[in-house]
Write a new protein. Structure first.
Length: 350
């Protein structure tokens, strides 16, 4: 039986994933830096545990010995992915994570030949960032093969965030917004575009954000112009513009540390009840040079619940399949319709 690992299993999403893995009869090894928290969770669930940090690739490779796959749930992934991947290439361990960070996707897909030579699969973004939107973009490309513009948008009913996600967002504030234009990821001001999109039955306010699909959808579809939006409010848009003007200050080390420390003390992820009553609505549109457009809409469970389901589904598919080495998006690996296999996902009419 192949062994696999959840790294960062004591974090909010890592813990949910470990608990659901047990419920599904899967037996991951739980790992991370916090010995007390990891061992306590592993003992509770009846799993093996390993304690290690990511500072030395040889140490990481030794800790990954015998693991076919590692699912990295320890963010910010801009800090952990490269270090974990260095160990994965030495230990011949396939790499998955739940990031939504553009820099992580760009790094992975630009190194696909390295991963092929190492004999591993690298697939960042196997959670809500970016499985449903990635698959929706690929479905749209299938419907309009000559599309040269892709717009994606999503909106949750409540949108409560975990500490880890909030810290990652804080880390990205100084970097501004991102879009893909003519095949290149470019920086734009925060709240670069403000539009209205119909997710269900009425127009909703949305604002552009540097979401992971700005990177991944390009590799999945080849579409050179990509913008991603999130449902929002006028107050939140004003806050985005305000933080954009203070970008230089928000990038200062002690300011980042102060904000992250405050998040660690005050932010808690959504409860099970909150997750169960939330949902995500996703919109996608493609256009071709002649002006023809195709739109699709999708509804999924709440983002963290979806991430647990989709990441475990990706682990199982990779354990059971024969995916050639290289860098992948979820739709590249498992096809545009992969998302339809997941619990609670359905296409909807406007």
């Amino acid at each position: 039986m192949s062994q696999w690992m959840i790294y960062g299993a004591n974090g909010y999403t890592g813990k949910l994933t470990a608990e659901e893995a047990r419920a599904r009869g899967m037996t991951p090894v739980l790992a991370g830096r916090n010995r007390t928290a990891i061992c306590e969770l592993a003992n509770k669930l009846g799993f093996e545990s390993r304690i290690f940090d990511l500072e030395k690739s040889d140490d990481v490779a030794r800790a990954l010995n015998g693991m076919e796959i590692v699912l990295n749930c320890a963010g910010p992934f801009s800090s952990t992915s490269v270090k974990m991947l260095a160990g994965c290439m030495k230990s011949k361990t396939h790499y998955l994570d739940i990031t939504g960070e553009i820099s992580v996707f760009e790094d992975a897909h630009q190194r696909t030949e390295e991963f092929k030579r190492a004999g591993i699969v690298a697939m960042p973004g196997v959670g809500f960032d970016v499985v449903p939107s990635d698959c929706l973009g690929a479905m749209l490309k299938r419907e309009l093969p000559d599309a040269n513009f892709l717009k994606l948008a999503f909106k949750s009913r409540y949108g409560k965030l975990s500490p880890g996600t909030t810290k990652t967002m804080i880390e990205g504030l100084p970097q501004g917004g991102k879009i893909r234009k003519d095949g290149k990821v470019i920086t734009v001001p925060s709240a670069y575009k403000i539009e209205q999109i119909v997710f269900k039955d009425r127009p909703e306010l949305v604002v552009s954000i540097p979401w992971g699909d700005v990177s991944t959808a390009y590799y999945s579809t080849g579409i050179p112009n990509i913008e991603v939006f999130i449902g929002t409010s006028p107050r939140q848009i004003n806050q985005m513009k305000w933080t954009s003007r203070l970008g230089w200050l928000l990038g200062v080390g002690f300011v980042q540390k102060m904000m992250k420390d405050k998040i660690g003390r005050s932010v808690q992820g959504p409860t099970q009840e909150q997750r169960e009553r939330d949902e995500m609505n996703i919109f996608g549109e493609v256009r071709n040079p002649a002006g023809r457009s195709v739109t699709m809409r999708m509804r999924t469970p709440e983002g963290y619940s979806f991430t647990v389901d989709s990441s475990l589904a990706c682990v199982r598919k990779l354990l059971e399949g024969t995916l050639p080495p290289g860098a992948y998006t979820p739709s590249m690996a498992f096809g545009p319709d992969f998302v339809r296999e997941l619990e609670g996902v359905r296409m909807i009419e406007a």
